[in-house]
Design a protein. Structure first.
Length: 76
């Protein structure tokens, strides 16, 4: 997990708590802030997920690329 994934999921959790608290006490502003925090957190977590996917794909690509000093190229 990278920092964007963690921060995004923490923000989503904070938003859920805010939204639930806002509903419980009848505070529409707090409820709306919670919904905004959840959406922001989801976007950041999704960005982090994408970053991780790209990093993993790059790692896989370099792992399967033959080096100049390899005597036998990898099978496909």
């Amino acid at each position: 997990m990278n920092k964007d994934q963690v921060k995004g999921r923490v923000e989503q959790a904070k938003g859920s708590v805010k939204e639930a608290t806002g509903k419980a006490v009848g505070n529409k502003k707090l409820e709306t802030e919670g919904q905004i925090n959840q959406a922001t957190g989801k976007a950041q977590a999704t960005y982090g997920d994408l970053k991780q996917d790209v990093k993993d794909a790059a790692k896989d690509a370099t792992r399967n690329t033959p080096r100049d000093d390899d005597p036998v190229p990898p099978r496909r």
